[in-house]
Design a protein around this ligand. Structure first.
Ligand code: NAD
Length: 381
């Protein structure tokens, strides 16, 4: 069978779902690999580098979609791409199934099988295919770098002949995958790093990375009650008030705030209010990784960088992984390659779409003319 990757069509998207390295691995599984001309250019992978890895460079998207039995891409397909699906074709991509009824209906009508990368179950066996985590890791790292780029001072404290420089104080709100990556980056740059999460079980992890966990003046029982099954849930009003009071206390002394707080299937909780922004020093920076879901900071504007009247920079970019396209493409292409390994147990270049397999079943959102989303809960944790 042939597996092909088209050029991403979403405006400003620099990533690509196949790299020369991943193509070599896919060929070992028995597949012929195709890439659309120029698809890897924005991520630093030339057509020549694909050709050197045995990949056929195809001139147009139309031809690539026609020839490929399996299409691997990054962004949710647009209308024109959905039209290119045909019976029996497999699409592996981010697909946003919870908010993309139309896309699922279109794929179902065509009889195409769609594997949505954000639906890979978060069980140990599937970590190698967990594209949400690989992209969140990059976003967390890049958020700190972006903050540093907009902060006019050092992260680390210094004593120099020209004067003493205090270390920057960084607060990370939300210590999931992106938050932990941000903590690691911030501490390694030498900043005094604080982190908060509604899940108190992450405190130990935060502290082991050299950051300080911010505790609330709240009983442990109540703090525990705010989370379920590894994910955050909506908090009580009382808890929220205690959290906001703590942030209000910290705002005047914090130089950089990186917010990553999300609750599955909801708008992001608003945690950094207008008065907190106003209490910050001029030159401070906020990077809001929740911007796409409405933002954790009241003043965030998605996809923009703004500077407030009191000189606080607020960054609401939603394309952090794409800003590190070489790295994110390598990791995403590896996630896809692992998915293909599980789909090709015989290494014979033929897809075996086993709907009894928890991971494959969990990620499949349309199959043989049916919508198969949402999936049943995985049998194995
Ligand atoms: P996420 O992106 O859904 O949320 C980010 C963080 O925000 C979470 O830690 C959440 O607790 C926190 N948050 C929510 N509301 C908040 C608030 N009001 N104040 C402060 N923080 C708030 O999370 P994620 O990165 O997807 O990780 C979620 C869970 O999944 C974690 O327990 C993580 O360890 C787990 N996980 C497991 C696997 C695996 O087993 N394969 C892979 C990735 C993540």
């Amino acid at each position: 069978m042939k597996i092909g990757t088209p050029r991403e069509t979403y405006d400003g998207e620099n990533r690509v779902a196949m790299t020369p390295e991943s193509a070599l691995q896919l060929q070992k599984l028995g597949y012929e690999c195709l890439i659309e001309k120029g698809a890897g250019a924005a991520a630093g992978f030339s057509d020549a580098s694909y050709e050197a890895a045995g990949v056929e460079v195809v001139k147009t998207a139309a031809s690539l979609w026609k020839q490929a039995d399996i299409v691997a891409k990054v962004r949710q397909p647009n209308e024109a791409e959905l039209k290119r699906l045909t019976k029996g074709k497999t699409l592996i991509s981010f697909f946003n199934p919870a908010g993309n009824e139309e896309g699922m209906e279109a794929a179902k009508a065509k009889g195409a099988n769609v594997i949505a990368m954000e639906m890979v179950p978060r069980i140990s066996r599937a970590q190698k295919m967990d594209a949400l985590s690989s992209m969140a890791n990059i976003a967390g790292y890049r958020a700190v770098i972006e903050a540093g780029n907009n902060f006019g001072r050092f992260f680390t404290g210094q004593v120099t002949a020209a004067g003493k420089v205090p270390p920057a104080k960084v607060l990370i709100v939300g210590a999931g995958v992106a938050g932990l990556a941000a903590i690691g980056t911030s501490t390694s740059l030498g900043a005094i790093t604080y982190a908060f999460d509604v899940r108190p079980e992450v405190a130990e992890q935060v502290e082991s990375m050299g950051a300080e966990f911010v505790y609330l003046d709240f009983s442990e029982d109540q703090q525990d009650g705010a989370a379920t099954g590894g994910y955050a849930s909506v908090q009580s009003e009382e808890f929220r008030e205690a959290q906001l009071a703590k942030f209000r206390e910290l705002a005047p002394e914090i130089d950089i705030v990186i917010t990553t707080a999300l609750i599955p299937n909801r708008e992001a909780p608003e945690l950094w209010t207008k008065d907190m922004v106003e209490a910050m020093k001029p030159g401070s920076v906020i990077v809001d990784l929740a911007a796409e879901k409405g933002g954790n900071c009241k003043l965030t504007v998605a996809d923009e960088k703004i500077v407030t009247d009191n000189g606080v920079t607020i960054i609401g970019y939603t394309d952090f992984p794409s800003r590190m396209a070489a790295q994110s493409s390598s990791l995403y292409a590896t996630n896809i390659r692992h998915m293909m390994t599980d789909l090709t147990p015989e290494k014979d270049g033929q897809i075996n779409h086993d709907m009894e397999d928890d991971v494959i079943r969990g990620a499949t959102v349309t199959f043989e003319g049916d919508i198969t989303f949402p999936p049943p809960p995985p049998k194995v944790q």
